[in-house]
Design a protein around this ligand. Structure first.
Ligand code: AHR
Length: 513
């Protein structure tokens, strides 16, 4: 058994978790919308066609904000196609996922769905094939009360009240050559700045996120952020980051370490944003929106997993089946996000249903939780509050992570990966939540944690997620093979806590006073 020692002090906080840190993502991609959140005729569908079995799981998962409609999809999307009488909406070829978009679900339906799911919407505008003109019209359509062409069009479509969408993304992954109308950083920066200006002139209360790099492995990473922030600094609030963890090499130890690269990525983007601020002698701090993150690799590189020939509607693509091992890597990413709550103010698990998702559905049938569902649900339910600095003494290991870039193989060395990865969040009324990942595949870790400034703590909840078989999955027929169980052997004495964490396990302890 290994030993780890942790010290937290209620006075030493990193920052407060913004509720938007617990977001997710719905793209017109595969069966995420059609057959996922929306399936008219399904036995559980409500009068709007929303699957209420999916809505119940979404509420249990606990996302707070949902990004829509893409993703790569948004870079070719005409939002006007998705509003107005459904029978008059055109079907279009979607060049992001090579499928046919029927447009029977659009902006108003999504915003109604957000109300039903009790989440905030985050809308992305198309800055690929379109520009600031279409973007400002969409803001006017959604947020202007009445008396203008676009707002009155919304009213004529049956939505009398403005939607008041606050959070907007200025395009998607515009650094990526796979994007429709991919742009250079300077070109995108100028387009994003002008779009931002006009969108804010229509509604000065909106918050705007500009595209950062679509991955830390991009050849333009760093230079892209610098140029884009230089162009947009005075007009936007957030810069985005995307990361998909992978285990192409079938190396569990490296896979579980790879979430630590998100920590580096975040800190590097903060450094670049603050350097731009320094050059301007500005006290403004650009915040980060980690608006796509997850594990994704099995259905990523092979065209057959991404594309079904014949331009089908809602093909079953990107349907990654998550293992116990994936849940552990994913849990490491949750901890990375929590531990940067001072600057990462918004983050979206990509995605929500069927396509690289925590929730799966069967057409006309049931819905179930994938393994990654649980760490997210724990983080959202118990991670609200002040994230505390943790001083951790833990054995560590050295490894390298692999990230493909086209035909190249990038290798990132991680010389010091602590077996114990932890985040501690102080909640209201003296509570303390601990999120702990044991990355040792063979040994238990015995954790001793001193919590200063909390008084007498008692355990109100203690859970572990682990399985003897790291390749275990949940399926339609066996939906609960991987699920949280009570964590035994938690010892508390005043402000001193002891817990034994199984090898390769995710553990959550909620303490109250
Ligand atoms: O989430 C799947 C895809 O990953 C998104 O459409 C795109 O933004 C990213 O490359």
């Amino acid at each position: 058994m290994r030993k780890a020692r942790v010290l937290v002090d209620s006075d030493f906080a990193i920052g407060h978790t913004d509720p938007r840190l617990f977001g997710a993502f719905v793209e017109h991609l595969g069966r995420c919308v059609y057959g996922g959140i929306y399936e008219p005729g399904h036995p559980t569908a409500d009068e709007k066609g929303f699957r209420t079995d999916v809505l119940a799981l979404v509420k249990e998962l606990g996302p707070t904000i949902i990004r829509y409609p893409g993703g790569n999809f948004v870079s070719g999307y005409n939002w006007e196609d998705g509003v107005g009488p459904v029978e008059r909406r055109p079907a279009r070829l979607d060049l992001a996922w090579f499928s046919t978009e029927p447009n029977t679900f659009g902006t108003n339906e999504f915003l109604d769905w957000c109300k039903a799911a009790e989440v905030e919407p985050m809308l992305a505008v198309n800055l690929g094939t379109r520009d600031g003109d279409a973007a400002r019209n969409l803001v006017e359509y959604c947020n202007h009360r009445s008396g203008s062409a676009w707002s009155d069009l919304r009213r004529s479509h049956g939505w009398n009240e403005p939607h008041n969408v606050r959070f907007w993304c200025l395009g998607n992954e515009m650094d990526g050559p796979w994007q429709m109308q991919h742009k250079s950083a300077a070109c995108y920066g100028a387009v994003a700045r002008e779009a931002a200006k006009m969108m804010r002139w229509v509604d000065p209360t909106i918050e705007l996120a500009v595209c950062g790099s679509s991955g830390r492995n991009m050849p333009t990473f760093g230079q892209w952020e610098d140029t884009v922030i230089e162009h947009t600094f005075d007009h936007v609030d957030y810069i985005s980051l995307h990361t998909y963890l992978n285990n192409y090499k079938q190396d569990t130890a490296s896979f579980l370490a790879s979430a630590d690269l998100m920590d580096s990525f975040i800190e590097e983007v903060v450094a670049i944003a603050d350097a731009v601020a320094a050059k301007r002698r500005s006290s403004k701090r650009m915040m980060l929106s980690f608006d796509e993150w997850n594990v994704w690799y099995r259905t990523r590189r092979n065209r057959a997993d991404r594309v079904r020939e014949g331009w089908p509607v809602a093909p079953a693509i990107l349907e990654e089946i998550y293992t116990m091992e994936d849940a552990l890597a994913f849990a490491g990413a949750c901890i990375s996000l929590l531990n940067h709550a001072d600057r990462v103010r918004s983050a979206c698990l990509a995605q929500l249903v069927n396509a690289i998702a925590p929730i799966m559905t069967e057409p006309g049938g049931g819905a179930w939780r994938q393994t990654i569902f649980y760490p997210f649900a724990h983080m959202s339910r118990l991670g609200r509050g002040r994230v505390l600095r943790t001083r951790v003494e833990s054995d560590s290991y050295e490894t390298s992570c692999f990230d493909p870039r086209g035909k190249e193989e990038l290798t990132f060395r991680l010389p010091n990966v602590p077996y114990l990865k932890i985040a501690a969040v102080a909640g209201d009324a003296g509570s303390l939540s601990l999120f702990m990942l044991n990355r040792d595949l063979q040994h238990e870790v015995d954790v001793t944690l001193q919590a200063r400034g909390f008084g007498n703590l008692v355990v109100s909840e203690a859970l572990e997620l682990c399985h003897d078989d790291l390749q275990m999955t949940n399926t339609k027929d066996a939906p609960a093979r991987v699920k949280p169980e009570p964590l035994q052997a938690v010892r508390v004495d005043g402000g001193l806590l002891g817990a034994t964490l199984k090898p390769a396990s995710w553990n959550v302890i909620h303490l109250s006073t």
